[in-house]
Write a protein that binds this ligand. Sequence first.
Ligand code: PGA
Length: 263
Amino acid sequence: MKYVIANWKMNLSLSTSQELLSGILDFLKNQDHKIQLAQHCMIAPSYPFLSPLKDLIEKKGHFLSLVAQDISASEKGAFTGDISASQLQEIGVYATLLGHSERRNYHHETEELLSQKIQRALAANLKPIICIGESLETRENHKAIPFILEQLKTLCFAVQSYSAPSALSSPPFLIAYEPLWAIGTGITPTSSEIEEIHLALHHTLDSLFPRYHIPVIYGGSVTPYNIHEILSLPSVNGVLVGGASLSLSSFIDILTEALSQKH
Ligand code: PGA
């Protein structure tokens, strides 16, 4: 199956999060390939709900994994309001989004800070889901590919200094290509634009990390209406879904398509 990662952002209450997760788990319980499910289906709720949602997963079946929306760049100490990678790992979080455009934009996160966060995540055994993407201006100036590859290479330095155990059962990190102009706008790139960027990313990742197949997922206005077209692209290994992951029926439509697709 292909990856489906839900980014709930700062939405939902505890009870609506539990209700939505419950519905998703009930749906996944009736699917085949249960072993693959927890590595491919993930949700990123708000921090305070991670533990109660973990309890729900333990109760109903481990058919999906939890993702943090961000982590601190520091290991521990006097960083009021921050949450460390190891604290999240301790409560059963599997992965973390890093470099989402809302963090870069509203919290001025730089590539340098992100590199530190990537290393923190890897050291704490939390899988980084590294978000990259170009602005509309960059795309209109026909500079999307060089821009994206530059972002990728800078962030990959952080990963390269980490030596993963040789027998990993899943890739050490994921790349999420999210064009900034497609996030929350209802506008998506054409299939050939997505394919062009994903192929360039795979090409670079294969040369930087020949031991692994690093998944490249697409994010930005994914809905039940465009999921088939997006996931049918061979270079797209999955999707990162914001708005459409907040409704059970939309999200189930997206999961259904991902379950029917090969890697
Ligand atoms: P969207 O958000 O699906 O609402 O466009 C995607 C994201 O921000 O990851």
